[in-house]
Design a protein. Structure first.
Length: 372
């Protein structure tokens, strides 16, 4: 007999959709897996005003409404159900972002803003507009604390005080020990999410200090699935924060298996064209949208924690953002399948999803499949 799981429609608390042809190609894939998603603002140029967020939201909605049947297919050719996707918009914490913009974002007259994202200067894709240290943004952080606007952290120290690069395997640990405690002490009411938690140190810190509605963490499929050894030999697994050693992978897996109300899914699906991903300098970012829910399910099954899956995917995320879980559902079926093809944009760029059989070990099999 085939095994199925029905869940409230998942919530992706961290996704990159880009703009233009890339956005048109990847947005229906996220919309097929998730009912709502927190949309990252590190586009080029960045999203730093409510007007820009409103424009961006329109572009996203246009990409998952009015699809022809030919367009509403994943790379494997399966039809996708993409109706009713709700993008939740964010602003980039650049030096141009003002307390007044935070007020406009909370009011929502032009565009409701769900959170503000901080990138450490120089650490990753399009992070050149970020602060060197989050603590420099005092006026904006104060306003965010006052009005209840969540702060989403790319929690890595990238540069030291002399502007030299830290060891990228150590950046998250440095942030957790040197920066995060100071941030939490200075802004005791600020809602904070440590995004894409990837290390043993971060897992321990969040387990000890996490609190629903105050300090939460999101977890990606790739930090649950891979270790440093695999990541260093596969350019598709180049990502920030870097995929760390087995000890960290197992600590992140153990954290999600606990079923804590302040830990939830954020895919960090971040598409780049093949030419950029496979070039010698290789862009940071893993594209997981076409299989993210399936991969999380696979990990929770491996961990014997399927009873914790629905809260992780569909309940804890919306609760942090003050929203009810979705009233829609999805059903997953236990079924082996493989990703053998890239997504191709309408400008002809190929984008390779995580776990494909061409650029991985060649034997990646995904154990669950969403039924459309
Ligand atoms: O690997 C990453 N890619 N990490 C980020 O923080 C940004 C993302 C992207 O936008 O490509
Ligand atoms: Zn990201």
């Amino acid at each position: 007999m085939s095994k199925t799981i029905t869940l409230k429609k998942p919530f992706d608390a961290h996704v990159h959709l880009r703009r233009g042809a890339m956005l048109r190609a990847v947005t229906p894939l996220t919309a097929a897996e998730f009912g709502r998603a927190i949309i990252m603002p590190n586009t080029e140029p960045p999203i730093e005003t409510v007007e820009q967020a409103a424009e961006y939201k329109k572009e996203i909605l246009a990409a998952c409404g009015g699809l022809t049947s030919a367009e509403s297919r994943n790379p494997q050719g399966d039809a996708l159900r993409v109706s009713g996707f709700e993008p939740l918009m964010t602003l980039y914490l650049t030096k141009n972002l003002t307390p007044a913009e935070i007020e406009k974002g909370i009011a929502g007259d032009v565009c409701k803003i769900s959170a503000v994202k901080s990138y450490p200067y120089g650490a990753t894709t399009n992070s050149q507009w970020g602060y060197r240290s989050i603590l420099e943004a005092a006026n904006v952080l104060k306003k965010m604390e006052e009005v209840g606007m969540p702060l989403l952290l790319h929690g890595e120290v990238h540069l030291n005080e002399d502007d030299e690069e830290e060891d990228p395997y150590d950046g998250e640990r440095l942030f957790i020990t040197d920066v995060l405690p100071r941030l939490l002490d200075t802004y005791p009411k600020l809602k904070v999410s440590l995004e894409h938690l990837s290390s043993e140190n971060a897992a321990a810190f969040i387990e000890k200090n996490g609190e629903a509605g105050r300090l939460v963490a999101t977890v990606t499929p790739h930090h649950l699935l891979y270790g440093r050894h695999e990541a260093e030999s596969n350019p598709l697994l180049k990502v920030k924060p870097l995929i760390k050693d087995e000890k960290s992978k197992n600590a992140v897996r153990a954290l999600v298996a606990k079923g804590l109300p302040f830990v939830f899914a954020g895919t960090d699906s971040a598409p780049h064209p093949e030419a950029k991903k496979l070039s010698p300098t290789g862009a940071f970012g893993i594209f997981s949208a076409p299989a993210a829910v399936e991969l999380y399910t696979q990990v929770f099954e491996e961990l014997g924690a399927l009873d914790k899956l629905e809260n992780f995917l569909s309940v804890n995320g919306p609760r942090f953002y003050g929203l009810e879980p979705s009233s829609k559902t999805i059903t997953l079926m236990k079924k082996d399948w493989q990703v053998t093809e890239p997504v191709v944009t309408d400008e002809g760029d190929k984008v390779w999803p995580i776990c494909n059989t061409v650029h991985g070990s060649g034997s990646e099999t995904i154990r669950w499949k969403i039924q459309n």
